[in-house]
Design a binder for this molecule. Structure first.
Ligand code: 8DG
Ligand code: CA
Ligand code: CA
Length: 354
């Protein structure tokens, strides 16, 4: 999320929600704190409050009532009171009229331009997208591609298009000699009707166990291979194949296990942001859990894990001893195992939309 920045499409779905006016002013403040204030902590506090209201079944009548909900503090309650009483927020009126804030927000629309880069550009006298187009030398490769497809990347992706793309990806990958499993995660896996980008997780059986020689202790083998794939070129072979098949059109960055780029289903559909991760079988389920999100759900789940004595990340779940040192990764055969370890009721992907 850090690299894509905050954009309107990230806002919770507010249409028809009883508190949609409150949610949208909270998300506007979250965006302001992220891009202009560069305060992730404050930004997240607003995002959490917005998400709490998005899943609240009743219309909020006062700040006091809102403050009773977990995730909404006193300061936000005061803003809710001000909004309910006057229909607006003094702070937001100021922000909207402020040229610096407006310029920074505008620049941060570009994929790859985060709060720091936006500020740097602004300090160099760049305040509009048009000026940015006239000064491409100020941008990295990623940011240039972000600028090139600015309007296309801002269009949300219908579910049916991702379904079709999933089929196209599978057909393409079937040309590889090694069997690969493909799971599209992110908002798509959470059942959303539209998505901001496409998050693809790939898993191959060719890594750790397959490559350790029979006399090698598996633990030594793991250390030696550093959890990387023996075939360092696998992901670039995959990307080449997707380019040949006219699915991938541009590369933003490519490593051994992570690809960020651009794809297109056909000449009639917009260019879309595509993220691909290559995971080994032992990392797969923690990876699927993490990349399914939502980001706020992950945050919540990690804190449940910590209270239960585990540390959870995109690769593994590990017990944390009384000394605070994390132990070896625990065996995981499905997502449910992870919920079981930490004593949390299993949630289907569509129940993780917070
Ligand atoms: P969207 O693309 O439709 O807007 O929503 P999304 O699929 O939920 O968001 P995403 O930005 O594509 O991220 C995919 C998942 O990755 C997200 O659901 C949860 C996980 N994730 C975190 N933290 C972060 C982070 O800091 N950056 C990114 N890129 N992903 C993160 O939990
Ligand atoms: Ca996504
Ligand atoms: Ca993504």
């Amino acid at each position: 999320m850090s690299s894509s920045g905050s954009s309107p499409r990230k806002f919770p779905h507010t249409e028809g929600n009883l508190n949609s006016d409150l949610i949208s002013f909270l998300m506007e403040l979250a965006e302001y704190e992220n891009i202009v204030g560069r305060n992730v902590f404050k930004s997240n506090a607003y995002k959490t409050a917005a998400s709490v209201l998005a899943s609240h079944p009743k219309r909020i009548a006062s700040g006091e009532e809102a403050a009773k909900l977990k995730g909404i503090g006193k300061k936000i309650a005061l803003k809710i009171d001000e909004f309910l009483a006057t229909g607006k927020l003094e702070k937001l009126e100021k922000i909207r009229g402020d040229e610096t804030s407006t310029a920074l927000k505008e620049l941060a629309r570009v994929s790859g331009v985060g709060p720091t880069k936006a500020r740097q550009l602004y300090d160099e006298g760049i305040t509009t997208i048009e000026q940015l187009r006239g000064n491409p030398e100020k941008l990295t490769h990623h940011q240039r591609i972000g600028l090139k497809y600015l309007e296309e990347f801002e269009q949300s992706i219908p579910r049916a298009e991702i379904e079709a793309l999933e089929g196209a990806l599978r057909r393409s990958l079937s040309a590889l000699p090694e069997p690969i499993t493909l799971t599209i995660c992110g908002s798509y896996r959470r059942g959303k009707e539209t998505s901001g980008d496409i998050d693809v997780l790939l898993c191959v059986k060719s890594s750790l166990d397959g490559n350790a020689t029979s006399t090698e202790d598996p633990k030594t083998a793991k250390e030696k291979h550093g959890k990387k794939f023996e075939d360092k070129n696998l992901l670039s072979r995959i990307v080449n194949l997707l380019e040949q098949d006219k699915i991938v059109t541009d590369t933003l960055s490519l490593g051994d296990t992570k690809f960020m780029g651009v794809c297109r289903l056909s000449d009639d559909t917009p260019h879309r942001r595509l993220d691909i991760r290559l995971l080994s079988p032992d990392q797969f389920h923690c990876g699927v859990l993490y990349f399914t999100g939502s980001g706020l759900f992950n945050k919540e789940m990690r804190s449940v894990a910590l209270s239960a004595g585990f540390t959870l990340n995109e690769y593994s779940i590990r017990p944390v001893g009384s000394t605070g040192v994390a132990g070896e990764p625990l065996p995981v055969t499905c997502e449910r195992d992870i919920f079981d370890y930490i004593g949390m009721d299993y949630k289907e992907p569509h129940e993780r939309n917070m």
